[in-house]
Design a protein around this ligand. Structure first.
Ligand SMILES: [Fe+2]
Length: 242
């Protein structure tokens, strides 16, 4: 049984046990929110760069969902999922997580386990499937070349497709130990060039409309948390480490 199968089975068992439970819907929602915010706090303790990134991604994802017609409540749920989308990174060793140089193949494979690790943690806490799916699939690609499952097109939950675009935009426009930030225009070009390959074209269109309609759309970075990168030149075509 592979990792995804075992997660799905565990998940089904949890769902069944929830159906027999006596908690009201609002109790469950409150509990979900409490659990997710606690995990967001744990990310803040472990890695302030990932925490700040997650807050910006949550804001972008929420704006995008509202722009796409989601209800206030659904968009808020997406923001909660976005806050913990990189939860699995809290279990990745610092020598990989904070490495300034390019990752080796083995290190990259370790990093690519973070959606699965995050989803497993959330399943263990009985949070709603919406959050688990969004975290598990936020690195899938529209053309099927993402991970961990290689889902394609609309097989990828819409919440994860929205999160992917918000996530990539923030990484592109952020300073990281291994790269300088791209300008808004350069990041815009990267999203456009990945439309239909990495990203859902409909989501890219919506995101770019939002981006173009607001002069101060890009959220400020907390640069003091990140060592300055003067040595690294970041080309618009370089691969993005998410
Ligand atoms: Fe991620």
């Amino acid at each position: 049984m592979n990792n995804i199968d075992s997660i799905t089975n565990l998940y089904t068992r949890k769902e069944r046990s929830l159906l027999g439970g006596k908690q009201s819907r609002s109790d469950r929602e409150r509990e979900n929110k409490h659990i997710l915010l606690s995990f967001a706090n744990s990310i803040q303790e472990r890695d302030i760069v990932t925490y700040d990134h997650s807050r910006r991604v949550a804001t972008y994802a929420q704006r995008l969902a509202r722009y796409a017609g989601w209800s206030r409540r659904d968009a808020r749920d997406l923001a909660l999922a976005a806050l913990v989308h990189d939860l699995g990174k809290t279990w990745i060793a610092n020598d990989i997580l904070l490495k300034a140089d390019t990752l080796s193949d083995e290190e990259r494979k370790t990093m690519e386990r973070h959606p699965l690790i995050g989803a497993r943690i959330l399943i263990g806490c009985d949070v709603h499937p919406f959050y688990v799916e969004t975290v598990l699939y936020h690195h899938e690609a529209w053309d099927g070349r993402g991970y961990p499952s290689g889902l394609k097109g609309e097989e990828i939950p819409l919440s994860a497709r929205i999160l992917t675009v918000a996530d990539v935009y923030d990484v592109l426009t952020s300073q990281r130990p291994y790269k300088a930030p791209l300008s808004k225009d350069a990041a815009r070009e990267r999203l456009l060039s990945g439309s239909g390959a990495s990203f859902d074209p409909m989501i890219v269109r919506a995101f770019l409309s939002l981006l173009d309609s607001q002069a101060h759309f890009t959220l400020p970075q907390r640069l003091c948390a990140i060592p300055s990168t003067t040595k690294t030149t970041y080309h618009a075509a370089s691969p993005v480490r998410l």
